[in-house]
Design a protein around this ligand. Structure first.
Ligand code: GRF
Length: 204
């Protein structure tokens, strides 16, 4: 299944998807990486991995989200992709684009949704004092960080955690569940939990 990954930055989830998709039995192929920022670090990673890249800069479109999304959608169509993975893509999409990719567009969010939608999830998790945090892969719907959940992984929050240490622990799990969720969707399978095999018990 031809798949595009949309990025805005460093692209570590994109790299994890590309690496997983190189396995011969992986049911999706990363055919295109699109960035809305020309200086996204992930573009070089994708090119080095032999994946086609495009830049559709959002900045020149200003507030004209419809025109930006039309340009983005045209690139996806031209590449013949059937699935789209948002991976650190820092643009809120309009209902128009979301509808065009309904059921075929995934996102990864660095929190256990529906907890902590939005930005700064690790800081907010630490501030809230939660003992378990994690990440979620979900289908994209018009509401931000909502939509049917395809996979989640949980990690403990440790007493000395900073947002950096916590985000690194979560990110390692993002790189596991995103390829797993993409594979299941590409195979037409139902969602599965990709969390730890044992109950995660974190003393208060
Ligand atoms: C990840 O934490 C992802 O969950 C969030 O943005 C970050 C992107 O990181 N949506 P990367 O570009 O994949 O390294």
């Amino acid at each position: 299944v031809r798949t595009a990954v949309l990025i805005s930055g460093r692209g570590s989830n994109m790299a994890a998807l590309i690496a997983a998709a190189k396995a011969p039995d992986f049911p999706a192929e990363i055919a295109l990486v699109v960035s809305n920022k020309a200086d996204a670090g992930g573009l070089a990673l994708a090119a080095a991995a032999g994946v086609a890249t495009k830049v559709v800069e959002s900045r020149p479109f200003g507030k004209d989200r419809a025109a930006f999304e039309a340009a983005l959608h045209a690139e996806l169509e031209a590449a013949g992709v059937e699935l789209v993975c948002l991976a650190g893509f820092m643009r809120v999409l309009t209902p128009w684009l979301v509808a065009r990719w309904s059921g075929r567009m995934l996102n990864i969010h660095p929190a256990l949704l529906p907890a902590f939608p939005g930005l700064d999830t690790h800081e907010r998790a630490l501030d809230a004092g939660v003992k378990i945090h994690g990440c979620t892969v979900h289908l994209v719907v018009p509401e931000v960080d909502a939509g049917p959940i395809l996979a989640q992984a949980a990690v403990p929050v440790l007493p000395d955690d900073t947002s950096d240490t916590l985000s690194a622990r979560v990110l390692a799990q993002e790189h596991v569940i995103y390829p797993a969720a993409l594979a299941r969707l590409a195979r037409g399978l139902k969602p599965a939990c990709a969390g730890p095999a044992q109950a995660l018990v974190v003393p208060a």
